[in-house]
Design a protein around this ligand. Structure first.
Ligand code: GLN
Length: 270
């Protein structure tokens, strides 16, 4: 961990201690929260993957992952701090042992299991291809000779790479979902993304009258039986932080039983 991060982590802990002392609860990165205990786990996450994690107007992060982690931490009595550094950075920080865990709509895959231990799955997902609502591209076959945008280090990128020769398209890689979406309709005709995230963006566009989300349409999706369908899990380094993984699993089971899990998912997905 770089000195700057250590200082940031320490000041986050102090902030949380003072907030707890005042009886206030802070939500978002830079603050430890969740319960008593000496250790503050550092958890890395994506910087924009709504409804799982996304920044609010005051720059604190909210979303299903953020709320699940908070509820689990409270249930199990551990402190944590979230760093919303982006998906690829979160995964590589975990691999390098700079953080204790990752919660980022991260798909549990056999390949990742070689480096990480995953919690019990907490959300089912598939991947899809989407383009702007007014686009003439309506199926994967229409991507022939075109360029598409993909997000670095993701399963949807892998799916795109695995079918690009078959459908005759090229790819450009972006480091987060927001910049990838911006590209669609510009140098790329479509993008590849996790279906729940794309579906949320489309529904946000409709329900906010275009203020939020994207005016996109999904033109291709893998079936839930496809190899690229996945379940999200919380990850720790392989063989390390087994106590944190156990707390996550125990807490997840408890909040599923208590109805809190369902309440959190409903809060974002209705
Ligand atoms: N579920 C996808 C993966 O694990 C994407 C995650 C993300 O972009 N935050 O690759």
């Amino acid at each position: 961990m770089k000195l700057k991060n250590i200082v940031a982590a320490l000041s986050g802990t102090l902030l949380a201690v003072s907030l707890v002392a005042c009886g206030a609860a802070a939500n978002g990165s830079g603050s430890a929260q969740g319960g008593s205990g000496d250790k503050t786990y550092i958890i890395a996450s994506d910087n924009g993957f709504a409804p799982f994690e996304f920044a609010q107007a005051d720059n604190t992060y909210t979303g299903i992952d953020m709320d699940l982690l908070d509820a689990i931490a409270k249930d199990q009595g551990f402190n944590y701090e979230v760093q919303n550094v982006g998906f690829k950075m979160a995964v590589s920080s975990l691999e390098a042992g700079q953080v204790d865990g990752v919660i980022a709509g991260m798909s549990i895959t056999e390949e990742r299991r070689e480096k990480f231990d995953f919690s019990d799955p907490y959300y089912d997902s598939t991947v899809c291809c989407a383009t702007t609502a007014d686009s003439e591209i309506n199926k994967l076959e229409d991507l022939n000779g075109k360029n598409v945008a993909v997000k670095d280090g993701t399963e949807s990128q892998k799916w795109a790479e695995s079918i690009k020769d078959k459908y005759g398209f090229t790819t450009t890689t972006f480091k987060d979902s927001a910049t990838m979406y911006q590209e669609v309709g510009g140098n790329s005709v479509a993008c590849f993304e996790d279906t729940p995230v794309m579906a949320y963006s489309i529904s946000q566009y409709k329900t906010t009258g275009g203020k939020e989300g994207k005016n996109f349409k999904i033109i291709g999706e893998v079936s839930p039986d496809d190899a690229f369908a996945s379940q999200y899990g919380f990850a720790v380094q392989k063989g390390k932080n087994t106590e944190l993984l156990k707390k996550f699993n125990d807490g997840l089971a408890n909040i599923k039983k208590s109805g809190k899990y369902e309440e959190i998912v409903k809060k974002y997905l209705g």
